[in-house]
Design a protein around this ligand. Structure first.
Ligand code: G3P
Length: 223
């Protein structure tokens, strides 16, 4: 048995988790969260936040925000608007939506002003260290080469995970650490927790599974 981790499910832009299917996926997350007592966060696409947040009680996060305020910023994703849609947090700097370090800093500040929790994604220990210095709520270390591979970072590259955990402890111990990429089973989650993380960020292992609800139950089986 391991301590209770946080599970963050990124819906990305998968067909299996958009529109009404985003609501179904979020309901699976809610059911597994209620039965297991494990916090599961759903990250649907921005246009789906309102419908998902209105349908479930689990926390809903955006996949990205811009740091632009209210005003003439057509096409940008405003933190307050994301909050009004029902999200309570956001990913920032996901490998598939990277931004500059200065923009990560501004995005964290905009999120904080809007009352959103923040998960800053990083691709190596140096970027983890830089991100931790900006005081997000979480950093999530995800080696890009393992994303969508089905090869779990917690087993394939434990050093990058424990190295990130140690870097964050040194730089800003209030920041919590997640890891992601290739996570799909309860064993992968247990390995992540044993490496000192506070949970996992994942996508395809659940979203692309034949039975996403069973995949979610499997994730929490060792907890
Ligand atoms: O945000 C989660 C992510 O990038 C990992 O993706 O499909 O390897 O779980 P996946």
């Amino acid at each position: 048995m391991v301590k209770k981790p946080l599970i963050v499910l990124n819906f990305k832009t998968y067909a299996e988790s958009m529109g009404e299917k985003a609501v179904i996926m979020a309901r699976y997350c809610e059911e597994v969260s209620q039965e297991s007592g494990i916090e599961i966060i759903a990250c649907p696409q921005t246009p789906d936040i309102f419908r998902v947040a209105g349908a479930v009680k689990i926390p809903v996060f955006a996949q990205h925000i811009d740091s632009t305020g209210a005003g003439g910023f057509t096409g940008h994703i405003n933190a307050d608007c994301v909050r009004f849609a029902g999200a309570v947090g956001t990913l920032i700097n996901h490998s598939e939506r990277r931004i500059l370090l200065s923009e990560i800093d501004s995005a964290i500040q905009s999120a904080r002003k809007a009352g959103l929790r923040t998960i800053v994604c990083t691709n190596n220990i140096a970027v983890t260290s830089a991100a931790a210095a900006l005081s997000p709520d979480f950093v999530a270390i995800e080696p890009p080469e393992l994303i969508g591979s089905g090869i779990p970072v917690s087993k394939a590259n434990p050093d990058i995970v424990s190295g990130s955990v140690n870097a964050v402890k040194r730089i800003n111990p209030k920041v919590k650490v997640l890891c992601g990429a290739g996570i799909s089973t309860g064993d992968d989650v247990a390995a992540a927790v044993e490496l000192g993380t506070d949970g996992v960020l994942l996508a395809s292992g659940v979203i692309k599974a034949k039975d996403p609800k069973a995949a979610l139950f499997d994730l929490v089986k060792k907890i």
